[in-house]
Ligand binder design. Structure first.
Ligand SMILES: Nc1ncnc2c1ncn2[C@@H]1O[C@H](COP(=O)(O)OP(=O)(O)O)[C@@H](O)[C@H]1O
Ligand SMILES: [Mg+2]
Length: 234
């Protein structure tokens, strides 16, 4: 599904990604952990076709990333730090607007269903500008999946959310997983990573320094691996 070979990204004379090799199968839910500045968001932005690689190869569904940006964009749902929502629009208007960009059928019905799924039906027609961070994030996740993407790219989706919003978000991710969606999720929240992901990558200084499977939501294992790779604790 995603094949990355010898990927590098340089900006302002700084090598941000230093040779990333990665292969992700359809339906995997992968957590990307690592310290600030490691290159995690940069890796997601390359996959989201928002920035160009400096060298190396990226294939998505067998398509070379640089040559198939529009096709690949249609396969992707991307949730960055910023919500990408229009703050003067309501959740409903935002979802219909983005759904129309992707040519979603029965878009109004779909928008209502997704807003219900993130428990915001009561605020369907309220402008997003009055919403709390957790409410905005819930609309943002609905926005990211309006076109049933095959691949979800989530950049720190749990940051700043309360327990209710976290479980809503996790349920959305798990429901997408059931449908066969492939998810890459950058996070600092090891607990969420252990609960919903089946694989963990640890990124440090622009490289993947560890790559392992998680079984039985084993949080202790994730923490141990992270401390060993990043904090030098053995
Ligand atoms: N457009 C850019 N120009 C120059 N440096 C950048 C650019 N984008 C990111 N960086 C630098 O690359 C490093 C990795 O950034 P990022 O991928 O956002 O890290 P992470 O998401 O792991 O915290 C940081 O040191 C950051 O300052
Ligand atoms: Mg980041």
């Amino acid at each position: 599904m995603i094949e990355i070979k010898k990927l590098t990204k340089q900006a302002d004379n700084k090598l941000i990604l230093r040779g990333v090799d990665l292969s992700i199968k359809k339906g995997e839910t992968v957590a990307i952990l690592g310290p600030n500045g490691a290159g995690k968001s940069t890796l997601l932005k390359v996959l989201a076709t928002l920035i160009k690689p400096t060298s190396g190869q990226v294939l998505v569904n067998g398509l070379e990333l640089r040559k198939n940006q529009i096709k690949i964009k249609n396969l992707l749902g991307y949730l960055p730090h910023s919500s990408l929502l229009y703050e003067h629009y309501s959740p409903f208007e935002n979802l219909v607007f983005f759904g129309n960009i992707y040519g979603v059928k029965d878009v109004e019905q779909k928008a209502r269903k997704l807003i219900k799924g993130v428990d915001l039906s009561f605020f369907l027609n309220e402008p997003v500008k009055n919403f709390s961070r957790g409410m905005i994030q819930r609309v943002a996740i609905a926005r990211a999946i309006i076109h049933d993407p095959e691949i979800l790219l989530l950049d720190e989706p749990h940051t700043g959310l309360d327990q209710g919003a976290i479980s809503i978000l996790n349920n959305v991710i798990l429901a997408m997983k059931k449908k066969g969606t492939t998810t890459l999720m950058v996070t600092h929240d090891f607990k969420q990573a252990a609960e919903i992901c089946d694989r963990v990558l640890i990124v440090k200084n622009g490289r993947i320094v560890d790559d392992f499977a998680i079984e039985n939501c084993n949080l202790g294992f994730v923490t141990e691996k992270y401390e060993f790779q990043v904090e030098g604790v053995s």
